[in-house]
Design a binder for this molecule. Structure first.
Ligand SMILES: [Zn+2]
Length: 293
C-alpha cells in the first residue's frame, strides 16, 4: 500500500504531458519521409539546416543526414518545454536570433472538446492549418524553419486520441490508472499511458527505421481526408480510450485493453505518417511553384 501511495504521489506531482512520446513522433516522421519526393526532401533538408537549433539536432541524432534531422526536429516542440531559453506566455526571456517566437505554446498541443463536440480549449487543429499556411505562403526562411518542426509535431499529436480530449480531465492527465504491463511505471496518468505506447523514447537510427517499416507493412495507407476529420477520428477513439476494469484502487489496464490500445496507437502513428508526408509534399510544392524559398 505504501508503495502504491508513493507511486501515486509521484504521478500526480509530475507535470502535465501533452504529446506522443519521442518514439511516436520519430516514427511518424520516418513514415512521412518515405512519402516525400527527392525535391521535397532536399528542400526540407535546407529548411531544417537553417533552424537555430540545427546543431543540437545533429548532436542528438549523432548524424547530419536529412532523414535523421527530420525525425529529431519532430520532438522540438516538446524539447522546448524544459529549455530555459523558452518561456510560457509571459514573453520575459530574450529573443533567439533566427526564431520569430520563443514561447512554449502549450495549448498548441491539444484541443479539448465539450460533450456536444464544440471546442472548449486548445489550438491543435487551428494551429496545423495556420502553420501549413505559413509554409505555403511566406518566403521568410526564419518563419518557414520555425513552422516546419511544429507542423511535424502537431500532425502526430492530433492522431493521439487523448490529445483531442474530454474537457474536465485535461485529456486524461487527471485520470490515474494501474498498468501491470509497465514495471517501470505501474501507476501513471491515462495520458502518459497513451503517450508511451509507441515504444521506448530513445528509439533512433536503424531500429527506429526498422520499426517504422514493420508498421508500414502491417497497416494500410489511410485516406488523406482533412484536419477536421483527423481530429474527429481521435475524438471518436477517445470514448474507448478509458479502461473500465477496476484494479485494487484504480482502473486497471487488462491484457485485452493493452492489446487493443497498442493496435490503435500503431495504426494512428501510421496514419499520421502518411498524412504528414502527403501534406508536406502538397504544401511545399505550392511554396516552390511560387519561388519560395
Ligand atoms: Zn505535443
Amino acid at each position: 500500500m505504501k508503495q502504491l501511495l508513493l507511486a501515486l504521489t509521484l504521478c500526480l506531482a509530475s507535470p502535465l504531458c501533452h504529446a506522443w512520446n519521442a518514439a511516436g513522433h520519430r516514427l511518424v516522421a520516418v513514415i512521412a519521409w518515405e512519402q516525400l519526393s527527392p525535391t521535397s526532401r532536399e528542400l526540407i533538408g535546407s529548411i531544417l539546416a537553417s533552424h537555430p537549433d540545427y546543431e543540437r539536432w545533429v548532436q542528438k541524432a549523432k548524424s547530419g543526414d536529412s532523414p535523421d534531422i527530420f525525425a529529431e526536429a519532430s520532438t522540438w516542440p516538446d524539447d522546448i518545454r524544459n529549455d530555459p531559453r523558452f518561456d510560457d506566455e509571459s514573453g520575459k526571456v530574450p529573443a533567439i536570433a533566427g526564431l520569430p517566437d520563443n514561447r512554449r505554446h502549450k495549448n498548441w498541443h491539444y484541443v479539448d472538446l465539450r460533450a456536444d463536440g464544440s471546442v472548449k480549449e486548445g489550438l491543435l487543429d487551428q494551429q496545423i492549418e495556420r502553420l501549413r499556411e505559413v509554409l505555403r505562403s511566406t518566403a521568410d526562411m526564419a518563419q518557414i524553419s520555425y513552422a516546419l518542426p511544429w507542423l511535424l509535431h502537431l500532425v502526430a499529436d492530433i492522431h493521439q486520441p487523448l490529445h483531442v480530449g474530454r474537457h474536465g480531465d485535461e485529456g486524461g492527465n487527471h485520470v490515474e490508472i494501474e498498468n501491470p504491463f509497465n514495471r517501470r511505471l505501474p501507476f501513471s496518468s491515462l495520458h502518459t499511458y497513451w503517450d508511451d505506447l509507441p515504444g521506448a523514447p530513445w528509439l533512433r537510427g536503424k531500429r527506429l527505421k526498422q520499426r517504422a517499416h514493420d508498421l508500414i507493412e502491417r497497416y494500410p495507407p489511410p485516406p488523406q481526408a482533412n484536419v477536421r476529420r483527423w481530429r474527429d477520428e481521435s475524438h471518436r477513439l477517445l470514448a474507448q480510450a478509458y479502461p473500465n476494469a477496476e484494479g485494487s484502487l484504480l482502473p486497471i489496464i487488462t491484457e485485452e485493453f493493452q492489446r487493443w490500445a497498442i493496435g490503435i496507437a500503431e495504426q494512428r502513428i501510421v496514419e499520421a505518417g502518411y498524412r504528414l508526408g502527403r501534406l508536406l509534399e502538397e504544401t511545399l510544392k505550392a511554396g516552390v511553384s511560387r519561388g519560395t524559398p
